[in-house]
Design a protein around this ligand. Structure first.
Ligand code: NOJ
Length: 757
């Protein structure tokens, strides 16, 4: 019966199969048949009740709106049966049978959850990152979806901002490479296939620049800083063919992004050539009223004219554009343009070919949480982990003796997945305890103790963290009792593994923190464990860089596992016991203290640079803190030891559009096979505008066996020397350049060259 109906609808609609080239003319032909109300309906994206809600407004009367053609797409729910019902409402009841688009926050996996994006970035492995998005697309489409609100490519230099966890960190070049890999992974080479999702690049733009790291706060930055450091990942996503963009909550140059013509039209479409459609963030259009730029009718007209095509939840476009049209505040051409872009998106997805293309009730069982998907998640999670400290080669642990496994995250499934997992089920995840048992259980003795609650600030902090449901359960025992139990376990063990840090929702949206240390209850536990004198390994869960000065001094080893996803426990055990030698490198600087923020490696020299020695007055420094971070960008250790030769340049005097090759010999001088992320940075010491002390310009992830050496080369062209000048023109200027290659942004080998025009 279902099949019959589908067939009828297809015959009725008689939409042929199109090449990308005729999409625009087909969409125009359809548009010509549409009434004003039908066009406005296409601009409307709403959320059915019971779906994940990230704002105060929820859509009402969803079913009758769909039937009357007032809805272009739905988001926030999944499952072929549910989506079929919804698609039926649109396709069978509306005059032109236009299918809806179905979106979801698929951020780091759909049901097989991968590490949070900041962790994925730490792998520096574009193949694995692409694979994670490809699996997410396979699972998302198996659940009836065709649109992912991802990748988030916002550059962030402020670890107080909770959403630093959802992006790639602080570097525009790495961020751009990751943006491309994610778009490739979601969209593949053919958006109309039933296993690819349309990407929605967000949040356009500069959302990560929120003042003081406070969520939804004002952004204000110079154009040079935007072009050089914040915009490149969005541009990279356009170049990779991303089908849609989401506007951000913040303002830019005093104009909210959702209604910012410079941003959505001049930059995105005219300068960058973006051909897809732009959706607002959740009620960001309505929030322009709060920003203070006009009433709902005014901001809706402004946004449409600025280049916004679709309105998420707030229904400002749906409800006010008719009036604005009558009053001459918008034209039919403005409305047509937005509607056309959405129709084109649906044509690209193949929805006019078959509105039910992504709906197949047999697929979830075949494609979701399969052993293959889980194996990939385990491998990718292991690659994302960063070894921050490893005194006297404490790690990897031997698969013998007694381990005291303590801490609130040691035997906890709920917080493995991290922030923004709408469809992920924490019950599917592998805890650290389970992972250790799986990997080494038969040969070691494990004593467990919780040791501490996530926080003792139950009144305020915990309430906010648990706002979406209980993820941080509170043990009723006193702190002292819990610590005593953990210390007793430690005293009986050969090594202590303390699994501590942030719960999943201590980072993410609306999770800014003014203090980014490990909560005090857990610090007290660590201090008591350190006093036992037993070797202490910290397994750190975190959605952002944390301040870890004490931990770095007192723990013998620290393994940063972020929020590692469904297979997290197994992946952690793989790394702890040496089945996988860690290769991750941090992509956001870890400050020593919160007062150093914003702290990032590609900073300017200033007119009074401080060289780090002594306590000189009138230099760019602090009275009470070093300028140095705790861990610099690109930092991460391995169980083996990598040695770098000096940098060899194929030429040191170049002219015009010549190129050179910079080479180092990398040697694995340790005992373990391992991967190293070899990083290329360039300094332009004198230019017509001030430049950063260095900028990442390339990287390669290299696997070496013990004793093996390899020459690693980077080709350098004038492209890597170029920058935006005061007129925002991308240029390069002749002179001296310094090429650095090394293991992180601070530890490099350098060589100089001269380049003339
Ligand atoms: C608000 C968030 O900012 C955005 O990232 C997300 O995609 C939407 N809500 C939809 O859930």
């Amino acid at each position: 019966m279902k099949k019959m109906l589908t067939l009828c609808v297809i015959v009725l609609l008689s939409y042929p199969s199109f090449s990308q080239n005729d999409i625009s003319s087909k969409a125009k032909a359809l548009l010509a048949k549409m009434t004003l109300e039908e066009k406005l309906g296409q601009l409307n994206l709403i959320i059915p009740g019971g779906a994940a809600v990230t704002g105060s407004v929820v859509s009402t009367d969803v079913e009758s709106k769909i039937k009357s053609g007032k809805v272009g797409g739905l988001f926030g729910f999944w499952g072929p049966d549910q989506i079929r019902k919804a698609q039926d409402l649109a396709v069978k009841n509306t005059r032109l049978h236009i299918p809806m688009i179905f979106g979801l926050d698929i951020i780091h996996g759909h049901k097989t959850i991968f590490p949070i994006p900041l962790g994925l970035a730490a792998s520096w492995d574009m193949g694995l990152i692409e694979q994670s998005a490809k699996i997410a697309a396979l699972e998302g489409t198996a659940d009836g979806l065709n649109w992912a609100f991802s990748p988030m490519v916002d550059i962030a230099r402020d670890a107080r901002w909770g959403r630093i966890s959802e992006g790639s960190g602080e570097d525009p070049y790495l961020g751009g490479e990751i943006a491309k890999a994610m778009v490739r992974g979601y969209q593949g080479t053919d958006l109309s296939k039933n296993n690819t999702l349309m990407a929605c690049v967000k949040h356009f733009a500069l959302y990560g620049g929120a003042e003081a790291g406070r969520e939804y706060n004002t952004v204000d930055m110079s154009r040079i800083k935007m072009y050089e450091y914040y915009l490149p990942p969005y541009k990279a996503a356009v170049d990779a063919g991303a089908g849609s963009f989401m506007s951000s909550f913040n303002e830019i140059d005093g104009v909210p992004a959702t209604g910012n013509k410079w941003l959505l039209t001049d930059l995105l479409r005219k300068q960058w050539g973006f051909k897809g459609f732009v959706v607002s963030d959740y009620t960001s259009l309505n929030e322009m009223v709060n920003h203070g730029v006009g009433d709902l009718q005014t901001v809706s007209a402004q946004s449409l004219k600025a280049g916004l095509d679709m309105d998420m939840v707030g229904e400002g476009l749906l409800n006010t554009l008719g009036k604005s049209l009558k009053e001459g505040k918008v034209s039919m051409a403005d409305i047509d343009q937005a509607c056309l872009r959405i129709l084109e998106g649906k044509f690209k997805l193949g929805l006019f070919d078959d509105p039910y293309r992504y709906i197949d009730e047999t697929r979830p069982a075949k494609d979701i949480l399969t052993p293959a998907n889980r194996a990939a998640a385990r491998n990718i999670a292991a690659h994302s982990m960063v070894l921050l400290k490893n005194d006297k080669q404490l790690l990897p642990l031997k698969k013998s003796g007694t381990i005291a496994l303590v801490g609130p995250l040691a035997d906890n499934k709920r917080n493995m997945l991290g922030t923004w997992v709408v469809a992920g089920d924490w019950k599917q995840s592998v805890s650290v305890l389970e992972g250790i048992k799986n990997v080494a259980g038969n040969s070691i003795n494990i004593i467990t103790a919780k040791g501490a609650n996530f926080t003792n600030d139950t009144a305020l902090f915990l309430k906010r963290v648990n706002a979406l449901g209980v993820e941080a359960e509170i043990d009723p025992r006193s702190s002292a009792d819990m610590i005593d139990e953990a210390v007793a376990a430690a005293n009986k063990a050969d090594v202590v593994v303390a699994v501590v840090g942030e719960t999943s929702n201590m980072s993410g949206e609306a999770a800014s923190r003014a203090d980014i240390s490990i909560p005090a209850s857990q610090q007290d536990l660590l201090k008591a464990l350190a006093k036992t004198g037993k070797p202490l390994v910290i397994v750190l869960f975190n959605g952002r860089p944390l301040t870890l000065v004490w931990e770095n001094e007192h723990a013998h080893a620290i393994l940063d596992v972020w929020a590692p996803g469904t297979e997290g426990g197994n992946a952690i055990a793989d790394v702890l016991f040496g089945n996988y030698n860690p290769s991750g490198k941090i992509t956001a600087t870890f400050p020593r203290s919160v007062g150093q923020i914003p702290i990032y490696y590609n900073h300017k020299t200033t007119g009074r640079p401080f060289d780090g020695t002594g306590f000189p007055k009138y230099k760019s420094n602090y009275l009470d803190e070093s300028n140095d971070p705790l861990y610099p960008f690109g930092y991460g250790l391995s169980y083996t030891k990598f040695e770098y030769s000096p940098v060899m340049l194929s030429k040191t005097n170049l002219k015009g559009e010549e190129k050179l090759t910079a080479t180092v010999t990398l040697t694995n001088a340790g005992k373990y096979a391992g991967e190293e992320v070899v990083q290329l940075y360039i300094t332009d010491p004198v230019a017509s505008v001030t430049r950063a002390v260095k900028d990442l310009k390339g990287f390669q992830k290299i696997m070496l066996q013990p004793g093996e050496s390899k020459e690693i080369s980077f080709v350098i062209t004038t492209e890597q020397l170029s920058f935006y000048n005061s007129e925002l023109k991308k240029i390069w200027e002749p002179g001296k350049f310094i090429v650095h290659i090394g293991t992180n942004s601070s530890n490099v080998q350098s060589a100089e060259l001269q380049w003339s025009k």
